[in-house]
Design a protein around this ligand. Sequence first.
Ligand code: PLP
Length: 567
Amino acid sequence: MLAHPLDEFTRDPRIAYFSMEIALRNQIPTYSGGLGVLAGDAVRSAADLELPMVAVSLVSRAGYFRQEIDAQGRQVEHSDTWDPALWATPLNAKIAVAIEGREVWIRGWLYILSGHMNGRVPVILLDTDLDENHSEDRKITHYLYGGDVTYRLCQEIVLGMGGVRMLHALGFNIRQYHMNEGHSALLTLDLLRRYAYAPEELRAGESPYDVLQVRELCNFTTHTPVEAGHDKFAYDLVRRTLGDFVDVATLKALAGTEVLNMTCLALNLSDYVNGVAKRHAEVSEKLYPGYRVHAITNGVHPFTWTHASFAALYDVHLPGWCHESGILVRADSIPDAAIWQAHVQAKDHLMQKVKILSGVALDPTVPVLGFARRMTAYKRPDLLFSDISRLKSIAKKQPFQLILAGKAHPHDEGGKRLIEDIHKHMRELSGAVRIVFLPNYDLEIAMAMTAGVDIWLNTPLRPLEASGTSGMKAAFNGVPSLSVLDGWWIEGCIEGITGWSIGNAADSPNGGDADALYEKLDHVILPLYYNDNPGWVAVMKGAICKNASFFNSHRMMRRYATEAYLR
Ligand SMILES: *Cc1c(COP(=O)(O)O)cnc(C)c1O
């Protein structure tokens, strides 16, 4: 008999990692931004560390969207359809969930994520596009973060409840569940039903479910203090869609009395809850009084986010860095000239890419600031453009260039306006500062930018940046950050050693940030770049030694393993 493709993965118990989005590779558009890239890096590290894990996500056949920028500088959205058969293997098991009283059938695709070393982690991508489903139901797993609130609830039923049933049908033995954000929290309802008491065991007035048993199995990571990031569903809608899968009294006790709040549900049914940086855990404990929120600061996957020129250097000087990235603390032993040369290569590679994508030729001798992330109000991509004449006068004395990228969610009107505004400012600055906006920010552009710029800029509104990870990618390539003290940067910034802060203590007002940004650029950063190359390389080394050695996903996953999964 032929071995089943899952045999090697179903022998021993595993951790099930659930995420609405996951960045597996650039050709697979099942991610929108930081949350999906983090999920991908978590699973890549699990593979490298050979942690017994299985990941579950949606197949998102139409992707998130492909971004184009029109002549007026406005975002145009195209669907980003991919063919799962090119990258994944269809699995035979088929299960159903009940949605509005209909059976919706689900199948899985197996994508095997191979680590940089020996390990492999199976990723199950759930798909409802099956002949036996009603035409509307076939689209449930098409559009990542698309559609209306009903569509989102259907997706979350498929992800959470469908995911648990699929793992069971495929023969996985799950020792712990990890909900990466609240989208998958309906998995707890399926577990409640699984751990229901028999009627004769029940005493009047008691919950029919073994809530403690479910809590022991579940872990929850919250990712944002921004209100819109937490899904909430009206109980009318929930009743219409889910029926009385779990009775309303129990649901309201666990998920909130007014609306079904996915964060609330996940908090109440997880024994281990964490935020993604120290400050974010503190902010989350204030948001959800009465819950203990641990802190596991995010990290990025070492091999994925290190440019080939730096990887070659680390291989020679710090062998083993891909498995035990803590050894990068010794990167200061690498000769300055070799560090600078590796950077020149990464910068050259970026400039070639910019030329191909935009036709613009940047000057390799002029410093480049990079800013790329989701375009949305709290990230303040317009902060740098607060005073155009001041920017012009800074650039006149000490020229600098700028590369920007980022998508706005199709429903985020404010975010889309920011993209338009940026393009207006680019026209105002033409002739004074060379600026490029690269359309369709993705893993490949993120890789080229975080490695090839000279300074990585981040200007969120405190305290809304839960962690941020792109500055960590930059650190692996010796690129220092210039950032507001929020998220991970509160832990990562040592002024003038690993990069630079914008503004003061994290709880001071955000008002003077633009001024602080201009001051630092004009009086500290550009003079250092132009007048003191050894001093500049020392900061590059500081970013590698002190930040890449720590803010990596191997350290992050070892902490999840010892503190959450083995608790
Ligand atoms: C790393 C990454 C992000 C997240 O960046 P933040 O700094 O956390 O906002 C978003 N999109 C892509 C494509 C990335 O690679």
